[in-house]
Write a new protein. Sequence first.
Length: 310
Amino acid sequence: MKANFFKLDVVKKDTETLVRTYRIPLVLVSLLMGFLLFIMNIFLGISFQGQNFNDQMKSKLGVYIYLKDGKSQQQQAVQLKTELESKGLKVNYTSKEDALKFVERRVEDLTKTLKKYNLENPMPSTLYINYAGADQFAEMKQILEKNKDAIINMNDLSDNVVKTQEKRVLNIINLSNVLQSFGYLIVGLMGISVLVFAVFFLQAMFEHFKKDVQAKKLLGATTKQIAQPFLRVIFLSLGMAFVLAVLLLIGASLGIETYLASVFNFSLVNAIADVVFEILAVGVVEIIVMMLILMGVSYWQVMRWNKKLK
């Protein structure tokens, strides 16, 4: 029979010993797992947003209508916009000045160049009209036909436009679905990789302190007393990895924020801020799931050694 001499609560002391002994591997494994968690959550976010992207693409069927210059151009554009919207069509109006500013984001000093050569703004006022299928396209075309004298590209509005755009949107959606599937595959591989590194780290610590574990078991230590220090170290490693993943996400977002804002007029930081709690919740769930799996591995290892000592 084994006497239960293991009365002292040495969990904290054992945890400190493990951290001190494995401080360099702990940091390296945490860095690696943090990078893997960062990549995993990037693909997870992309995959989750894939369906929203598909829905948005379906609503992106539309045509650009370029308006001729004239004294009453803006008034005519407003009237045309109002009439189209009364039929349920979504219409965005862009003035000549706004169109020039948009192009100038990609072509620097365009305004200065035009002034230098005494040229007027060549950009036309634009209406971008969204339609949902052939019926709305027919209504839109009927309204535009009445105002064709004010439209530059009226000849572009053929019935094939609908079929061509629907085909393009369908191709993009199919590509999005493929990327979604690939994203989930990457998420699975990254998740497995994080677990594999954590399990190997746990096993390495167990093997290094095998004699200590066996001695504690002989002295009557419970499975919980033996496993808890190892689990604390793994939890610390996963916590460090999660913090690193968040910092990488923030750093990457800030790194491309200026580019996205200047070229696409899109703020990635604002987009992330809207879902920051969801991101943190997903990260916490990931850590909990991994800890439950590692807890099972830890207890299995202790029980295996326990059987050998009997």
